[in-house]
Write a protein that binds this ligand. Structure first.
Ligand SMILES: Cc1cc2nc3c(=O)[nH]c(=O)nc-3n(C[C@H](O)[C@H](O)[C@H](O)COP(=O)(O)O)c2cc1C
Length: 299
């Protein structure tokens, strides 16, 4: 049975890519993920704010991670706006990573910047990054765009080779006794898959570039749903923190293989994208009609 997939021009032995987080941030962590059968990993992001301060040590760490494993390693930069970050992209390239993921983590709190200006600024950043490296660039985005399809097409036109849907925003939480903010990583459940699933299904028909789905991937069934709507790869994260003593990746792969066997498939390409939006003639699968049908079915 062949679980091979392609992502950003890379051929991966299976569709599981360990998502960027602290577990992907050390050579030892990377080795564990490779042993757990992940086909690739995205290194913990460096933040734009830290580029000048820890840029060099981060690069050394990325190189060490790359040398510690045989699977493709993707570097990640968490950025908002930075005129010179293109220089950094060049330096990342020298570490031997296979690709760069740009994480556009941006909370638009400027009352005078319009959605069109924000998007233009972000697309400019992507163009800068693409122009400054020969590596394939993917862009990790939030779901909070006024019009996601044109924006993603803009990313494609700017030279991105893939999009990663969606970044998990760490939403605020207040301790009402102490009056302080709590800084908890809000881990996901499989229920969080619904949002990226819908948008992968919709975007798959609108773009030619790759789609990585991240958010709520915990089980084999979650991975299969992502593949059915057209994802090239999935990027789990929370499940790795929640089940540190198990091997969820291996469970996912076994579950996928069992499903393929039950359905008589030999490879992922036979069914990938079969449930994307145009798989439903009237687009009722994922858009307004889905909402109407869902609400009407509740008694
Ligand atoms: C503790 C933690 C750290 C994370 N660090 C990063 C990071 O450095 N860069 C990044 O792009 N995403 C980061 N993420 C987001 C994950 O890579 C992932 O996209 C997101 O959590 C959704 O996947 P999940 O539902 O499986 O957790 C982090 C998430 C968690 C929970």
């Amino acid at each position: 049975m062949d679980l091979t997939t392609t992502y950003l021009g890379l051929t991966l032995k299976n569709p599981l890519v360990a998502s960027s987080c602290s577990l992907t941030g050390t050579p030892e962590g990377a080795q564990k993920l490779e042993a757990a059968e992940f086909a690739a990993l995205v290194v913990r992001s460096i933040f734009e704010e830290d580029l000048s301060r820890i840029g060099d040590s981060h690069l050394a760490n990325v190189r060490a991670i790359r040398e510690a494993v045989t699977i493709p390693v993707i570097a990640s930069v968490n950025c908002r706006i930075h005129g010179s970050w293109g220089v950094f992209a060049k330096a990342i390239e020298a570490t031997g990573v296979a690709a760069i993921e740009l994480n556009l983590y941006d909370i638009p709190g400027n009352a005078t910047e319009t959605s069109a200006q924000i998007e233009a600024r972000q697309l400019d950043l992507v163009r800068q990054a693409v122009a400054s490296t020969r590596l394939p660039v993917s862009v990790k985005i939030s779901p909070f765009y006024t019009a996601l399809i044109p924006f993603c097409r803009g990313l494609q036109d700017s030279g991105a080779k893939g999009i990663v849907v969606f970044n998990r925003f760490m939403q605020p939480d207040i301790n009402t006794e102490t009056g302080h903010l709590r800084f908890n990583a809000n881990f996901s459940t499989s229920n969080d898959l619904r949002l990226p699933l819908r948008w992968t299904a919709i975007l798959r028909d609108q773009l030619t570039i790759d789609i990585a789905l991240t958010g709520g991937v915990h089980t084999a069934d979650d991975v299969l749903q992502a593949l059915l709507v057209g994802a090239n790869v999935v990027c789990p994260c929370s499940v790795l923190y929640q089940r540190p003593n198990d091997n969820p990746a291996s469970e996912m792969l076994n579950g996928i293989k069992a499903w393929l066997a039950r359905k008589g498939h030999q490879q992922i390409s036979e069914f990938r994208g079969s449930m994307r939006t145009t798989g439903f003639g009237d687009r009722s699968g994922f858009e307004r009609a889905h909402y109407v049908k869902t609400l009407s079915s509740v008694r």
